[in-house]
Design a protein around this ligand. Structure first.
Ligand SMILES: [Zn+2]
Length: 530
């Protein structure tokens, strides 16, 4: 046994409670073979030895909720992150039209609801600057699409339509579509007319995104969407040696996903590559609070929020049972308090298997719901960075939909952690930036690093720095049943690790966002070096 690589003179936070701090680590192939005083014996003249000069090493970070491949495609369009007013939005759209030419589809993403400054969307707000070609903008949460008149015309969307689930084509008082499309089935009425990029283009974008994410310390992703074609992409990236991080795919099942397709997906829990597996499934039980599509215990300030995304709840239940019987890990998007409760009710009735089920987002929940996660063994998959669109003073579109009690119960990652629940952290990119350092800040400060109001969102516990690191490492491994392979730096475990200028779990939150990421190793291979 000879190590290929070793890091010495480091401060290694192993996340292994039996041996929390080490100073040297060595690995052979993709496996850690030695720590501390055993490292020297594991090395010979062929081993590459890196002197860390006191830098900090942690396990590689897992983004516990992300849309890696979709994000890579979105990133080719207009990034509207942090555009907060209509004038800037118009200017950015006009500039993008100039860049892409008069006829191309103008595609944008990460649009904040606040950019409309409280005005109800109508395509006439945008038509002129969007120019002669079609336009489709995704809201930041990918739950709403905003289109121009040309896009509506090309798609033949000119009247209200009954859709397969609770999605809505918003229309004015004369039944003419306004260009606002609530939820995926509504967005698809227009998206179906957007030309598909070629496979080669997509694969190039995916590889670039993966490398960019390695550069901020990410070595694993719980990918919350996908289907059979996604598996094809992951396979191809692996063949090309461009899959520099592990992907755990969760098939996305809609109420209208054809049975034939579901049957095919049900067979994938036993197939995998070296860097990917497809043994998860994702359902979306509700939408989002900002547009009234979240499922709430009692109505929001617009009298909305009383419908689940699945019109026939028993279909969601039976689909979940089919997948759990095949050993799948079930993830359900549940944002409103009612949705979260309903998912827990379902999970409680499922037979116990090795797979740990999970709830994604959990944006507002009362104490009685928070208390159920730990005893039921349900993973709380949280994205503290989503507090970036919410203000302490409750003047933002999210808070305006809710009352003070439900705003107070926002993103209770600290409370869930304290209750003994398994909390896994992520970004939901391209919904929010994937950089985990922004996540470290938001988890501890309960707000974004780039807002002026320093007061936290909600009135609940923040996570500590160490809890945050657990949420990105050990907890993420436990959530997918990989606690004996990953999430810690321990002999026999996979060499997924990151070297930082300083310890991200200890530095002041104000400093973590700019903390240099010196080296990222995924499955024993160096995938980033500053
Ligand atoms: Zn998501």
């Amino acid at each position: 046994m000879t190590a290929d690589f070793a890091i010495v003179n480091a401060r290694i936070r192993t996340m292994n409670p039996a041996h929390p701090i080490a100073h040297a680590i060595a690995w052979e192939g993709k496996t850690i073979v030695a720590l501390d005083h055993d490292v020297q014996a594991a090395c010979d003249s062929t081993t590459q030895v890196l002197d860390a000069h006191g830098a900090v090493v942690t396990p590689g970070l897992t983004d516990g909720h992300q849309h890696l491949l979709q994000g890579a495609v979105f990133a080719q369009g207009l990034d509207l992150d942090r555009v907060g007013d209509l004038a800037t939005l118009r200017e950015r759209i006009a500039r993008e039209r100039e860049r892409i030419g008069p006829d191309a589809w103008l595609l944008g993403f990460a649009l904040e609801y606040a950019a409309f400054e409280g005005v109800t969307y109508h395509h006439s707000l945008i038509d002129e600057v969007a120019g002669p070609g079609p336009m489709f903008l995704y809201a930041l949460d990918v739950h709403t699409g905003f289109v121009n008149d040309v896009a509506l015309r090309i798609s033949g969307v000119d009247a209200p339509r009954q859709l397969e689930d609770a999605s809505i084509i918003v229309c004015d008082s004369e039944d003419r579509p306004t260009g606002e499309l609530l939820e995926m089935a509504a967005m698809r009425t227009v998206l179906d007319f957007v030309p598909e990029p070629t496979r080669e283009d997509r694969l190039t974008w995916y590889a670039k995104t993966i490398a960019d994410q390695n550069a901020v310390g990410i070595t694993e992703i719980h990918m919350m969407d996908g289907d059979m074609s996604t598996i094809d992409s992951l396979r191809e990236l692996e063949v090309r040696e461009q899959l520099g991080l592990r992907v755990l795919q969760h098939h996305f099942i809609y109420p209208y996903t054809p049975d034939e397709e579901v049957q095919e997906m049900l067979q994938t829990s036993s197939i995998s590559g070296d860097g990917w597996q497809a043994d998860g499934v994702k359902f979306m039980l509700d939408g989002v609070i900002d547009t009234g599509t979240a499922w709430l215990e009692y109505p929001d300030s617009h009298g909305e929020g009383l419908e689940p995304m699945w019109p026939d709840l028993s279909l969601y239940h039976s689909r979940a049972r089919e997948f759990q019987a095949k050993g799948f890990r079930i993830a359900t998007h549940a944002i409103g308090d009612r949705a979260v409760r309903e998912v827990l009710d379902l999970y409680e009735t499922l037979p116990k298997t090795a797979a740990r089920h999970r709830i994604e987002h959990i944006e507002t929940s009362p104490d009685s719901t928070v208390a159920r996660f730990a005893p039921l063994g349900v993973t709380a998959s949280m994205q503290p960075i989503h507090t970036r669109w919410v203000a302490h003073d409750m003047t933002d579109p999210w808070s305006q939909r809710l009352d003070a009690t439900r705003c107070g119960h926002a993103w209770r990652s600290g409370d869930l952690f304290a209750s003994g629940a398994l909390v896994v952290l992520g970004s939901d990119w391209p919904v929010a930036p994937y950089d985990p350092r922004m996540g470290f800040f938001a988890a501890q400060e309960r707000r974004a690093h780039d807002v002026t109001d320093p007061r936290p969102v909600g009135v609940t516990r923040a996570l500590t720095g160490l809890q945050t690191l657990e949420g990105y490492t050990v907890n993420a491994a436990i959530a997918v049943g990989a606690q004996n392979e990953r999430g810690m730096l321990k002999v026999g475990y996979v060499a997924d690790l990151v070297m930082w200028q300083d310890d991200p779990s200890v530095v002041a939150p104000a400093d973590v966002v700019e903390l240099p990421v010196l080296l990222t190793v995924a499955r024993g291979k160096i995938v980033h070096r500053a």
